[in-house]
Design a protein around this ligand. Sequence first.
Ligand code: ATP
Length: 767
Amino acid sequence: MENQKDWLEEKHYLAHCLTIIDDKIKELLHKEKGFKENAGTIRKTFWDDVRVNLDTAEDVDETFMAIKQQVELLSDSELAQQRAIRNMKVYERLQQSPYFARIDFLQDGQQEPLKIYIGVATLLDQQDENIVIYDWRAPISSMYYDHTPGDAYYTTSTEEIYGKMLLKRQFIIKNGELQSMFNTGLTIGDDLLLDILAQNANEHIRSIVATIQAEQNKIIRHLRSRYLIVEGVAGSGKTAVALQRVAYLLYRYRNEITADQILLITPNQLFNQYVHTVLPDLGEDNMQQLTFTEYIEKRLGRQFQLEYPYEQLEQLLTEKDSTFYEMKLNSITFKASLAYKQLMDEYISYLSNKGLLFKNIVFRGERIITAQEIAEYFYSFPSSLSIPDRLQLVKKWLLQRLTKFEKTEWTKEWVEEAMDLLDTEAYTKSYSKLLYEGHFTENSFDDFDQEQKKLAKQIVKKQLKPLRNSIKHLKFVHILGIYRQLFDLNNTVYQKLQHLVPDHWEDICQQTLPNLAKRLITYEDAAPFLYLQDKIEGQQTNTMIHHVLIDEAQDYSPFQLILLQQLFPKARMTILGDGHQTIHPHTFDNPSLLNPKLYSEQAEKMILTKSYRSTKQIIQLTAKILNDGSEVEAFNRNGPEPSITIVPNEVELTAQIIQNIHELSRQFDTIAVICKTAAECSAAYKQLNRHVDSQLITHDTKQFKKGILLLPAYMAKGIEFDAVIIYNASAATYSRETERHYFYTACTRAMHELHIYSINKLTPFLQ
Ligand SMILES: Nc1ncnc2c1ncn2[C@@H]1O[C@H](COP(=O)(O)OP(=O)(O)OP(=O)(O)O)[C@@H](O)[C@H]1O
């Protein structure tokens, strides 16, 4: 009876909310029409209200002001229109499911409890006076995530409010219909969470707004420190929390920051697509997304050949020669280390006094200023001036020298030849340009000599333009040579810095020099190279970005972090990762980004120990792979035991996997066959695709669809699938200790089922 009464009461409240939403939509449609018409009218009559008069300076000012006023009117009207469209989207979302929870809170000292309905956005009543639905990010809503019925409190920007939570209720509302509701106790409706987690995987990660757990809520709303580190086990919701946190920051600082001032650093484009729907679903604009590779490409891609992280991984994962493997790994880990940064810093201070290399300034094959002259000029300034400051002075000097040189070229033979070669069209163009620039009038142009002179100047100027630009961009600094010099054992630099180089420095030099000779910047060289370049040429900074979130942070090196800190000097950072999923070799033996000691100021760390992605059975098996006693707490969701199948050969492997895929397809939407490398993937694809329709995911795949996917483990990073098939977990494939976490990462992508196959002997990680 009591239940029936509650049910009716809730249906009544829902109807009340839906009526308000309908009214708001009608009102908005009406307003929107008005805004549209208004903008249309302004556009049509734009020039009617502006009197263009350019006779005197005052008239020009007046005309300018009139135009400015009209433009402002138009943009106000368009902004209002955009706001209306945005609000409409919010109302439409609320129409489907206005709220997902209610708490009744009796504040200390008050008589009546407050009924707080919580949804993805705020809804005010028709008079815009009272809150009918609270935004999940409002301070008061946090009690829903943080407390169980009983004593509760929440924090506003100025104080803590105490009281008692009398009721905590959850709703499932779909298409505006109340489908179910339940009062919850200890945690946020385990039933609801269980229901959500049991669903099939999607091509995009979902918003978790209705079931955020208390420990996740702390991270989402954390504002204290400059650096927030989140270390969480596989599937603990780090990515989900990161996205909810962006939405929270946008709400909390709504008058201060916009979505494009928040940046999420992600592992690859596929991951970008995977996460890009959450914020729009919550009614917010998407933050910016960037991969480290994109950043490197942007800065170095035009001048150098680059090695991509997947290429580096592929090389190491397929390397059979242990000696070479060790050598390569040593080089990679050293170049990612703080010891290398120290070496680099010493090198930079050495360069302050000598050793900077420059390029000759060459025009049409003639050396106009030699590298030697530039070096002498550079080092003529006191070393108390920073290298970038001195380079600015050099730049100015070079541009002046170029201007002088330009004059000496006007009468050169090549200029005359160039003039003779000008066709009529080019000639007329040059002539018009000279007229336009006011060098002479049409009447004076009949003076042939003058015409020739001016044209000559123009030709020289044009020819020198690329050189002038490259000087402006400091291209006369031989940055590749400067970096290369560091690896030259015959150079005095080596003698000076010898005390800082590691034991295997000679090997590192031997590996590095041939690459640099090919103008190839390997992945391990990219961050140090950019660091050196910034210290020499002046730092590149982006002060627009207020907040940076680094997902899968375990895979960035300390050197990369330094670069990011320099690039975003004003940003606060949220750094999320899992040490057990470290797959990039540059992080081995280096301090992890998840270590607060790596940060010089305010770094707070929060830990997530519970995994929500996989069934208990999958979590139990995958925890064994770690072999270091780490505990992963499983959310209590059961499923079939993972299977391990040993087959004698590849033919049998293909046959069994195909059969398994057929069975899994009946139940699941997304089945991933995870291989070790891209090469293994394409071989497997050739076999499997004859029998099952599958998608091959490569390093440059930007999006995937539901279905059967074949992908290397590094591309599956951060993503999840209903069922995972590990293609070949044999001892021959996964045996190096450095591959343990790689294998763990692959297996932990499974939500409901995990099937592991091995040709002959199984990997030691599972024994
Ligand atoms: N509070 C929650 N409510 C509902 N679902 C959740 C919650 N927390 C996490 N999940 C779900 O658990 C799964 C794993 O989350 P997510 O991918 O964010 O974890 P992760 O820690 O980033 O994992 P990994 O490090 O393994 O990539 C996702 O499907 C996510 O929606």
